[in-house]
Write a protein that binds this ligand. Structure first.
Ligand code: DQA
Length: 251
């Protein structure tokens, strides 16, 4: 499971971006045996609206069975946050709450920008059913000031998810530094709150490799098709993480 322990190599999360359930199941079988990835993220938005809420819940169940001990994150990334589909609030809540109720994921991703009532509704239901949550936010346009990034991370933490996640787009190199600096500041303020952060795109790719040093407990890497700009492939990502952790004495 994901923890906020210092000095550990960040967990490597691999997204599943298949367009059909058959392809997804096939791909997940392959990833279940791939030791370069610790956690699988099933991107349900890639199959919407071709599949129903019930169909997606059933797919999560199948994926969780295949993965066994390897954790599964169920994510529906909406257009507004860089995802593949739009969905009504009612469908979004139904999907996330049904997954929580069925216990057919290890974590559900919840978009912070979806609004307070949607977030509270899903987080509340997840708590009832003992499902862990990742509250996430994406800014595909820019990187705010360090104060604003930190302020947002703190506000997100106050809704009490299990993990807080932030992805931002850098326009200049110092934008990447600000994201890393806000990550370190958040880690200092709330050492027990697990945090995942990344700066996206080509400029931000370096943050996916060294984020662990600043307090990010996980990083995303692709097996083939990625799910966001700047993601590296699994093999090179593993190699670099090993090199960094050996150099910093934690391997
Ligand atoms: O939130 C995230 C992070 C991400 O956007 C990235 O930048 O690696 C990739 C998404 O699949 C995931 O849901």
């Amino acid at each position: 499971m994901l923890t906020s322990m210092q000095g550990e190599i960040p967990a490597v999360i691999c997204p599943v971006t298949c367009r059909t359930p058959e392809e997804a199941v096939h791909f997940i079988r392959r990833l279940s045996k791939d030791h370069r990835t610790d956690i699988i993220e099933l991107r349900l938005d890639y199959m919407w609206p071709d599949m129903t809420v019930d169909g997606l819940v059933q797919l999560c169940r199948t994926a969780k069975d295949i993965l066994g001990e390897k954790p599964l994150i169920a994510t529906f990334r909406t257009h507004a946050e860089g995802g593949e589909a739009s969905i009504t609030d009612a469908e979004y809540v139904a999907l996330k709450c049904d997954i929580a109720k069925a216990g057919c994921a290890s974590y559900i991703d919840v978009e912070y920008n979806r609004g307070r009532s949607v977030v509270d509704n899903i987080l509340g239901s997840a708590r009832v059913y003992g499902m862990k949550t990742i509250l996430s936010t994406h800014d595909f346009q820019k990187t705010d000031s360090e104060d604003r990034l930190l302020e947002k991370l703190v506000v997100m933490k106050q809704t009490s998810p299990d993990i807080v996640k932030m992805a931002v787009m850098p326009l200049r190199p110092d934008d990447v530094l600000r994201l890393l600096s806000a990550t370190a500041a958040m880690k200092e303020l709330y050492p027990d709150t697990p945090l995942i952060t990344m700066s996206m795109g080509r400029l931000g790719a370096v943050s996916r490799l060294i984020g662990g040093v600043f307090g990010s407990i996980a990083t995303f890497a692709a097996a083939g098709h990625g799910s966001a700009p700047g993601q590296m492939q699994l093999g090179p990502m593993r190699d670099v993480l090993t090199i960094i952790s050996e150099a910093s004495g934690s391997a």
